[in-house]
Write a protein that binds this ligand. Structure first.
Ligand code: F6R
Length: 364
């Protein structure tokens, strides 16, 4: 049942305020400040690193979480795609927490990576949508993301719910390790509780994304740029775009632009710049200006302050609500999804069942 939407993907994008609200309530309760985890939880004080392993969109959720765990909990994090991790035989010690992220819980490479860590890691934690899945069953601790059934092959609400649960875990790690002062912790929990309302406002950009997509649909190539927390999100935006619109899309860390990819820029290449006005904003803007100086067509996704400061010469902009900088990946996932969705609709592709793709990849 598409609940009045044209595609499951549109429905699943629109459900995000609600499912994220459910996830926050599940972990923090109606008004609590600390989270309760099943099965003995995780002791983040006795470990010296995390390894996080996943595929595709779930891998980008892990890349985002690396920034969170390192910043919030001062815990080193190694992130890898499961198909590489499992054959590399990397050292994993009993001072490592191993985290596996999977919507389906059945991805063959992720499951194999989990089994590789089984008798080596301190604890096997999974972050899953399907609670009865193989990955959930074989973990010491399985944390649900509570996104509800996701039918569209391109992951949307599962991604933002994965991010929500991973940020929650990073906050818990920071609290346990004493790296996050109490006021900051409380303000972040409050920001998480306020997120559904903010996400609802971000969805107001639906019509703007739809209108823009008519022009983006003409492109042969699209670039996505971001720095810091926006870099993994740029990767996710490019993946979403290519898998459903079949337009070639690439993402780069903004600072890498001048090391090669800037050679691709001309007036036919839309460049999507994701840049909330955070501590790295000015750096990204200077990369964006390098793109514009070469005729690149910039779509700036930022908040009001960012757009006011940097809109000179940009092709178009999408205005996002402002939130705490640590929460921006969850919020900025929405315009990335909306752009991909409307571009695919404009191109007339099979949005919910893109060619060559399966929802659950149970063979390697
Ligand atoms: C992209 C997408 C895939 C999955 C990947 C992992 O939109 O859906 O990249 O994220 O196949 O799947 P799970 O999360 O089920 O392990």
């Amino acid at each position: 049942d598409k609940a009045g939407h044209k595609h499951f993907m549109a429905k699943e994008i629109a459900e995000q305020p609600q499912v994220i609200g459910n996830a926050v309530k599940h972990y923090f309760g109606d008004s609590g400040q600390t989270i309760s985890l099943p099965d003995g939880g995780i002791d983040f004080t006795g470990v010296d690193r995390l390894v996080m392993v996943a595929c595709g969109t779930a891998y980008y959720a892990c890349l985002t979480a690396k920034y969170w765990f390192e910043q919030i909990a001062r815990l080193p994090v190694e992130v890898d795609v499961a198909s590489e991790f499992r054959y590399r035989e990397p050292p994993v010690t009993d001072r490592t927490v191993a985290v596996f992220v999977s919507q389906s819980g059945e991805t063959a490479d992720t499951l194999a990576a989990l089994r590789y860590c089984r008798d080596k890691a301190d604890r096997i934690v999974s972050v899953v949508n399907v609670a009865e899945s193989s990955i959930a069953r074989e973990s010491d601790l399985a944390l649900p993301i509570l996104a509800g059934t996701e039918i569209g092959v391109a992951s949307t609400k599962a991604f933002s719910c994965q991010l929500t649960v991973l940020l929650t875990l990073a906050l818990e790690a920071g609290r346990q390790r004493g790296t996050l002062d109490e006021d900051r912790y409380e303000s972040l929990v409050a920001a998480l509780r306020g997120l559904p309302a903010v996400l609802g406002r971000a969805l107001d950009n639906n019509a703007a994304a739809e209108e823009l997509s008519l022009q983006i649909a003409e492109a042969q190539d699209i670039l996505f740029l971001g720095r810091g927390l926006m870099y993994p999100l740029a990767l996710e935006g490019a993946l979403k775009m290519k898998e459903i619109s079949y337009i070639h899309a690439e993402a780069y860390a903004s600072g890498e632009l001048k090391h090669g990819p800037i050679a691709l820029i001309d007036k036919h290449v839309p460049v999507v710049v994701m840049a909330p006005r955070d501590a790295l904003f000015d750096k990204t803007v200077s990369n964006m200006q390098e793109v514009m100086a070469r005729g690149g067509k910039v779509l700036l996704i930022s908040d009001l302050a960012g757009i006011e400061a940097a809109q000179d010469g940009v092709w178009r902009s999408i205005e996002m609500p402002s939130v705490d900088p640590l929460l921006t990946p969850i919020l900025y996932a929405l315009p990335a999804q909306l752009l991909a969705y409307h571009t695919a609709v404009a191109k007339g592709t099979d949005v919910d069942q893109p060619r060559n793709l399966a929802k659950s990849v149970t063979v390697e």
